[in-house]
Design a protein around this ligand. Structure first.
Ligand SMILES: [Zn+2]
Length: 115
C-alpha cells in the first residue's frame, strides 16, 4: 500500500508548517489527491490516525480532495478534462498530444491551524 508512505510524507510536511508557524494545535489538514495517482482516500484515512499519533496533529481532521485530471492540448492550447467517451482526445481540435496539468500526484494543499 503506497498510501502509507504518502500519508507519512503529508504528515511530515504538515508538521513543518506547524513548526514554522509556532502553532500549538491543528484543526484540519487538507490533501489533494490526483485521480491519476492511484491513491485511495479510504486508505489515507485508514493510516492517518497511526501516522499522527503522538504529534500535534493528533485529533486534527484529515480532508482528502480528489482532483480530476485536467489536460492541456499541445496542438491548440485548450485545457480540458479527458473523457473516455472521447478517447481522451482534445474536444476542441481532436488532438492527442497533451500533457496533464492537474490531477497528478498527492499534494498537501492546506493546514488549518487553531488560533
Ligand atoms: Zn486541441
Amino acid at each position: 500500500m503506497h498510501e502509507m508512505s504518502y500519508i507519512a510524507s503529508m504528515v511530515n510536511m504538515a508538521l513543518e508548517v506547524v513548526k514554522e508557524n509556532n502553532a500549538g494545535r491543528v484543526r484540519q489538514i487538507v490533501v489533494d489527491i490526483g485521480k491519476t495517482s492511484g491513491v485511495m482516500p479510504y486508505y489515507m484515512h485508514k493510516y492517518y490516525p497511526d501516522a499522527v499519533k503522538g504529534t500535534v496533529l493528533e485529533g486534527a481532521e484529515l480532508i482528502c480532495n480528489e482532483i480530476d485530471v485536467k489536460a492541456l492540448c499541445e496542438e491548440c492550447g485548450a485545457e480540458y478534462y479527458p473523457k473516455r467517451e472521447n478517447n481522451y482526445l482534445c474536444p476542441e481540435c481532436g488532438g492527442r498530444k497533451a500533457h496533464i496539468i492537474e490531477g497528478k500526484g498527492v499534494v498537501l494543499s492546506n493546514v488549518v491551524l487553531e488560533d
